[in-house]
Design a protein around this ligand. Structure first.
Ligand code: FAD
Length: 170
């Protein structure tokens, strides 16, 4: 992609945060306003509209609570902390129809290291701090992760495995 971008002489701007999609009086997108290197405000005029590719909103807890439900906001994130929902906040003035806002992928993670223990989830016993099981371990790891903040208020559990599991690789 970068080769093609170079070939077509398309400018690429890093460390540039779009803060507004500009529009004409009948709400056609005309470009963006952006902040470069945290200091300079620039206006970029678009000839044929603006394509928004700013990712999702997983680093914005208020939006997670609003669109996915309060329990989900308890989940730690593994992705970039830059993804704070500009795909929605910047486009809201155009009154778009947002769909599937409550859908997301999730999995259990090891809290201190943010490592992904998914391979272990279907082998061990999942227990709460008091040692009691809370879910059928044959559920997919996505279902386990999504159920945890609903079933366990502080969203933390242990996996009890034996040493055969530590030898399994993905
Ligand atoms: C831990 C983890 C593991 C994953 N594993 C897989 C996998 O195995 N397979 C798979 O298919 N997918 C996987 N995914 C999902 C995949 O990474 C995403 O679906 C994909 O990166 C989304 O691409 P995107 O281009 O829409 O957004 P992103 O890759 O999130 O890119 C959005 C970009 O927009 C920039 N941006 C945001 N706001 C602004 C703004 N206001 N102005 C300017 N720029 C802005 C961000 O800095 C970022 O560079 C994984 C995700 C995570 C977090």
């Amino acid at each position: 992609m970068l080769d093609t971008v170079k070939k077509l002489d398309i400018p690429v701007m890093f460390n540039t945060k779009v803060i507004e999609i500009t529009s004409d009086p009948i709400l056609r997108a005309t470009g963006v306003k952006a902040v470069v290197d945290d200091e300079e405000l620039v206006t970029i005029v678009a000839k044929g509209g603006v394509i928004v590719a700013t990712g999702g909103f997983h680093a914005n807890k208020e939006m997670i609570a609003r669109y996915m439900g309060g329990n989900t906001a308890w989940m730690p994130i593994r992705g970039s902390t830059c993804l704070t929902g500009e795909n929605i906040s910047l486009t809201q003035k155009f009154n778009p129809m947002y769909v599937n806002m409550d859908q997301f992928h999730g999995g259990p993670i090891h809290g201190p290291t943010r490592a992904n223990p998914s391979i272990m989830v279907n082998y061990g016993l999942l227990v709460k701090y008091d040692g009691t099981r809370f879910i059928d371990e044959v559920e997919t790891y996505v279902r386990v992760a999504k159920s945890m903040p609903i079933l366990i208020p502080d969203n933390k559990a242990f996996i009890i495995i034996d040493d055969q599991v530590t030898g399994i690789s993905t």
